[in-house]
Design a protein around this ligand. Structure first.
Ligand code: NDP
Length: 434
């Protein structure tokens, strides 16, 4: 804690991972040698920079930009960029630390990174968003590259923003390298990349439910958030026979007992992705219930898919879910459940799996985008989706392999942490103290 003052999210993430790794390290002491653990809790490099740009009123605006290049032990740094006023070093270090293990779980050669800015895209005109993205990319381009560090989207950064940044990086480097993933289809993007995180979260939930001898068919599903991950989680859960009864944003929750349909989802996407509106606007359009200021977790569901942001599901929410008989929680967002919530879910026998396993489908498909770019080929939709499904299944298997506890219990958290750690740690040990 003395080394990382004022970084509670980073300390929370490191503490959680180290607690879960500890029994494994005690029985495999070579992983505590060569300063491995000390090196693992220190990012390889952090870049912080000024982003100045001019708003529509002609006023100069100054934001702060970051790129945390956490680990290149198994491949180029890889992880999204987040534009949100809450962005700070603690949040980005936590995300980059988690990303390192998540990327290891994907079975692909991807290191870990994360970046972003405290810029708030809400209420900004398209011209302002473009100028901000260009100003951000005008510094970021020095630190990234298709074999060095490959950023992508995250909260507040979708295909539009990735497009603007790609354009600026190309202009400055005079190279057509595909330095970002999540690009538009006409300039190197991959089919299924926009869908991948949400789809993967649902595929993972299905794998968990299959262990109980059932699928999603006929189950009530609660989703939080209404952005990229949430939208495609809704789509896939509905396609697999689930009834999705909630979505939300930071202003409140939609409760729809009839469940989502393809038509309703198209309306939600129109409101969120094209009109940059709120879920309350969606509620008005399709005449469903909107409860301001509430989160989804009081609504009874069999499967909960938190897809909004970190620490959005606390102990009280978890207790409520358990009381309502929840079977399975698959994390679409990064670290949405607080440590107390996780304990409550695990203690009550809920099938709970952490984000680094459940939402790894997004970065895995980014890895597939990199492969297609390197080959200068594009795979068909069904080819990418099949690979995504296989990757999610193998992540689930890796969790099963490493998740057995000495007391006979089983934990997806331990499984995901140990499986990701072993791959990164083996690579670090083989490459010496660097
Ligand atoms: P988006 O920006 O598309 O959507 C974010 C959603 O979360 C919005 O509905 C937003 O509502 C809501 N939200 C944000 N902050 C809060 C809050 N404090 N309380 C309630 N709701 C909130 O982002 P993504 O869908 O891409 O990302 C969602 C999560 O998934 C993040 O944790 C991200 O790190 C993670 N993730 C994303 C991946 C991807 O491929 N996109 C890959 C892996 C993880 P509002 O508009 O009101 O802010």
């Amino acid at each position: 804690a003395e080394r990382n003052p004022g970084q509670p999210e980073f300390l929370q993430a490191v503490t959680k991972v180290m607690k879960s790794l500890w029994p494994f390290i005690q029985t495999h002491p070579r992983y505590a040698e060569h300063g491995l653990l000390d090196r693992l809790v220190e990012p390889e490099r952090i870049v912080m920079f000024r982003v100045s740009w001019v708003n529509d009123q002609g006023e100069v605006q100054v934001n702060r930009g970051y790129r945390v290049q956490y680990s290149s032990a198994i491949g180029p740094y890889k992880g999204g960029l987040r534009f949100h006023p809450s962005v700070n070093l603690s949040i980005l270090k936590f995300l980059a630390f988690e990303q390192t293990f998540k990327n290891a779980l994907t079975t692909l050669p991807l290191g870990g990174g994360k970046g972003g800015s405290d810029f708030d895209p809400k209420g900004r005109s398209p011209g302002e968003v473009m100028r901000f993205c260009q100003a951000f990319a005008a510094e970021l381009f020095r630190h990234v590259g298709s074999d060095t560090d490959v950023p992508a989207g995250d909260i507040g950064v979708g295909a539009r923003e990735v497009g603007f940044m790609t354009g600026m990086v190309k202009k400055l480097t005079n190279r057509a390298d595909c330095v970002f993933t999540g690009k538009g289809l006409s300039f190197g993007g991959s089919l299924i990349r926009p869908e991948a995180t949400g789809y993967g979260t649902v595929y993972f939930a299905e794998e968990m439910l299959n262990r109980m001898g059932r699928g999603l068919d006929g189950l009530r599903v609660g989703v939080s958030g209404s952005g990229n991950v949430a939208q495609y989680a809704v789509e896939k859960a509905t396609a697999l026979g689930g009834r999705v009864v909630t979505v939300s944003d930071s202003s409140g929750v939609i409760v729809d007992e009839d469940g989502f349909t393809a038509e309703k989802l198209a309306e939600l996407m129109e409101v969120k992705n094209h009109l940059y509106g709120r879920v309350s606007d969606y509620a008005e359009r399709v005449r469903v219930k909107f409860i301001p200021g509430k989160r989804p977790w009081h609504v009874p569901v069999d499967v909960a898919l938190p897809c909004a942001t970190q620490n959005e599901l606390d102990e009280g929410d978890a207790e409520q879910l358990v009381k309502n008989g929840v079977l399975c929680v698959s994390e679409g967002a990064n670290m949405p459940c607080t440590p107390e919530a996780v304990k409550c879910l695990e203690d009550n026998g809920v099938l709970y799996a952490p984000s680094k396993a459940c939402n790894a489908g997004g970065v895995a498909t980014s890895g597939l985008e990199m492969s297609q770019n390197a080959m200068r080929l594009s795979w068909r939709r069904d080819e990418v989706d099949d690979r995504l499904r296989i990757i999610m299944r193998s992540i689930h298997e890796a969790c099963l392999e490493h998740g057995q506890r000495e007391d006979g219990g089983f934990s997806y958290v331990d499984g995901a942490n140990v499986a990701g750690f072993v791959k990164v740690a083996d690579a670090m040990l083989a490459q010496g103290v660097v």
